[in-house]
Design a protein around this ligand. Structure first.
Ligand code: GLU
Length: 445
């Protein structure tokens, strides 16, 4: 079987998550069968088209890795459309009809109508099985405003025919367009492709994904720092299952290997961003140390530039914490802007009243910090274990909260932060002792 699939976005807005999912399914199917995948820009709606949207289609398809074998620009095929429309009129499969314009102006206009044989159209949908429509009530529907101005359905059918598309895999919202398109196809004596209508993307509350209410542009997800590998894995499982039990992680080449229209679901696919984040975290964890460090440090530096004086060595030491805490790259700037990393670079300004543990008091906190400093001065192995060993028995005896809270707070100036042992390692012995000293000075004031 020779396979030719296509994605046919209209450049009337940013490349949409739903279009990306449809593109992915078409790409996977074509790759799986050694066929071609075609991009067709459906730019016939002159009022709503923008160059920016068209550029965004290319940019996001490239980012997601959907390499296309051929590119068609619909508006460049107007001459062929006109030829075909003329032929339909000449052979009386369509006719030009003079009628009153629909805008109520009383003006007379010409339109091209298809002679509808008014039969029942049945097509075998690769996802949903046989679907039948009685087309009588469509009457002789309009296929063009004139022989030089085809309407949407005509253009889709003519272009699919010209590009010899074998499989039309597209969203379920196009099911009701299919009988019209098949009637046009039959009039043009074009072979019928195999249709496969994939389920709508729904939000977790089962409402439809909408541009107005939700983030629907692929570009937005990219800007927030999702990885294309995670997007693809997540999008592939929106309405399809690999048939591999509980397994959820698939690279693009594994998706190609497993892809099968028979396992596309009939009912709505739920777009759950938490799940997307989960995928993204998994893919972040798979990155090599070097790849992770390059991107993470770049973002951290950008975000902190205006807040602290940058210390590359200390930032290096932060990498394990970043890996642990983030789900997407954008989390780095979010955490940084919230001041979560400042204290690694700049000493905090502890508040006197917050230094003691809740159940303790200033005098006790001062005594514990003083003892802690003595013990830490003698640590020779400045590792979490070495530091813990120096303090643990003392903390156990005196109360963990009473000893470790003031230390952690002295180091970070925050109610929440990593444990004091990891913090101390990151800051180094000298800086740790200096921050303890500052807290003691504040308690002594
Ligand atoms: N241009 C149509 C759309 O953006 C797609 C047409 C088709 O897939 O048949 O929804």
């Amino acid at each position: 079987m020779h396979v030719r699939t296509r994605i046919a976005p209209s450049p009337t807005g940013f490349f949409h998550i739903g279009t990306a999912r449809t593109a992915l399914f078409n790409y996977l199917f074509a790759q799986k069968h050694g066929g071609q995948f075609i991009l067709r820009i459906e730019d016939t709606d002159k009022e709503r088209n923008t160059k920016e949207s068209e550029e965004d289609i290319y940019a996001q398809m490239m980012w997601l890795g959907y390499a296309y074998d051929e590119k068609y620009i619909q508006s460049e095929h107007l001459e062929e459309h006109t030829k075909l429309l003329k032929r339909l009129v000449d052979t009386d499969r369509a006719y030009v009809s003079k009628e009153e314009a629909k805008d109520g102006s009383g003006r007379m206009v010409e339109v091209v109508r298809l002679r509808n044989p008014g039969k029942t159209i049945t097509f075998d949908d690769a996802v949903r099985g046989a679907i039948s429509f009685d087309t009588t009530e469509l009457k002789d529907f309009v296929i063009a405003r004139s022989v030089t101005d085809p309407l949407y359905h005509f253009a889709v059918v003519a272009d699919d025919g010209a590009a010899q598309i074998t499989h039309v895999i597209r969203g379920e919202e196009h099911i009701s367009n299919t009988p019209r398109q098949i009637l046009i196809q039959e009039a043009l004596e074009l072979p019928r492709p195999i249709y496969g209508h994939i389920p709508l993307i729904l939000m977790p509350d089962r409402s439809k994904m909408s541009k107005r209410k939700h983030k629907t542009a692929v570009k937005d997800y990219r800007e927030r720092g999702y990885l294309p590998e995670a997007m693809n894995n997540f999008l592939a499982l929106l309405g399809w299952s690999a048939g591999e039990g509980d397994r959820e992680l698939f690279s693009l080449s594994e998706l190609i290997e497993h892809f099968d229209l028979a396992r596309v679901h009939k009912s709505g696919a739920i777009f759950n961003e938490e799940k997307l984040k989960w995928f993204n975290r998994e893919y972040l964890l798979k990155l090599t140390q070097t790849d992770f460090a390059t991107e993470a440090l770049g973002r951290l530096k950008d975000a902190l530039a205006s807040r602290v004086s940058w210390d590359g060595e200390r930032a290096q030491a932060l990498l394990p914490i970043l890996r642990e805490r983030i789900s997407l790259w954008g989390d780095i700037s979010e955490l940084a802007n919230a001041g979560e990393f400042d204290y690694y670079f700049t000493p905090p300004q502890p508040e006197k009243a917050r230094i003691p543990d809740k159940k303790s008091d200033s005098t006790t906190a001062l005594a514990h910090l003083t003892e802690t400093a003595i013990r830490l001065k003698n640590v020779s192995q400045w590792t979490p274990e070495g530091i813990k060993e120096a303090l643990w028995s003392y903390a156990e005896k005196e109360g963990r909260g009473a000893v470790l809270w003031p230390l952690r707070y002295a180091l970070s100036g925050k109610d929440k932060s990593p444990d004091p042992f990891s913090l101390a390692v990151l800051l180094g012995q000298e800086e740790t002792l200096s921050r303890i000293q500052t807290a003691c000075d504040i308690l002594n004031e």
